[in-house]
Write a protein that binds this ligand. Sequence first.
Ligand code: DSN
Length: 397
Amino acid sequence: MNMQDKQIEKLIKNEEKRQKSIINLIPSENYVSKDVLTALGSIFDNKYAEGYPYARYYGGQRYTDELETLCQDRARKLFKLKKDFWHVNVQPLSGSPANLAVYLALVPKGAKVMGLPLSSGGHLTHAQKVSITGKVWEQLPIVLDLKTELIDYKKMKEDAVREKPVLIIVGFTAYPRIIDFKKCREIADACGAYLMVDMSHFAGLVAGGVYPTPFQYADVVMTTTHKTLRGPRSAILFSRKDKKIGDKSISTLIDKAIFPGLQGGPHMSQIAAVAVMLKEDDSPAFKKYTKQVLKNGKVLASELMRLGWRIVSGGTDSNVILVDTWMNGKGIVGKEAEAKLEKAGIICNKNTIPGETRSPFDPSGIRLGAPAETTRGKKEKDFILIARKIDKVLKGK
Ligand code: DSN
């Protein structure tokens, strides 16, 4: 790298050094390929392309139209979706505006959206009060069974049938297990709601065939692209073409909510990078990677348990591991754990645990995950050593 702007060049180099020097256990981060970075930094960034392929508001769209259409086709191919049934929008700038667009398109203002609260592993945009999604719409919480620390589907159904949410959104930032999409569909049907799956965290695992696919049950699927999918920071919205509100398909309504509802010109270089990622992910090597992510995560969780740490729900089937470091006063709080680990070169984040009794700023646990370090080639034996290092640091040995 040789930039004119030496100040920024130095910051990039410093960040590169930082990234190389640490063990990254943040389950929502990853390392992209050189091709993804090349596309992201390409001259597609110079182009305005408001509108959608072959229906734009500016001239000069010969290659942007081809690019966006190719990206949509690659997205359908990766998740084995039929063009007749699934529409793809690759313009969302990231996950939060993508989720907001779906609410704007499908849910009358003030209506209820059922989702996992942040403290139970959901996301801010699952209608949490501090997010615009919780100010314009009302969250009906999906409740966890505090004994198993899993979604209580029976209670979820009772609540949904009684409260009649217009949309049920399932997905997580901190839920270590498999979501039963079939049951969620049954619940949505029982209360007449749309079912949306926010698969941002586990989309790569779905693509790799190691986590159940939500597509046979959902009306809308949203994913960010920078987590287990290993792409640039962006998002994709999939919607069923046959579902309608009045005479309009929900796909048309969602497209309109993205542009012109929420966004202006799409970031074409970002879309180019997403297209690169989608091709990279459609390969035996990526399938192998996702298998390894799961193996590594399971080993990390079980070694930590063996060393005496409490793992929420007793393990993991996803990219997420939640460690109850506080253990009701027997251990250390999440904030301190995060800080101590960072000093030792291990990066993670403090996190609430189900039934949290402390605050989100000073919660009882930490969140770990294997996606980033698996990209760097680490295997089970490495994760055993990482678990032992975490144990030593947290116990101050
Ligand atoms: N901030 C992301 C995460 O770390 O899970 C979700 O948007």
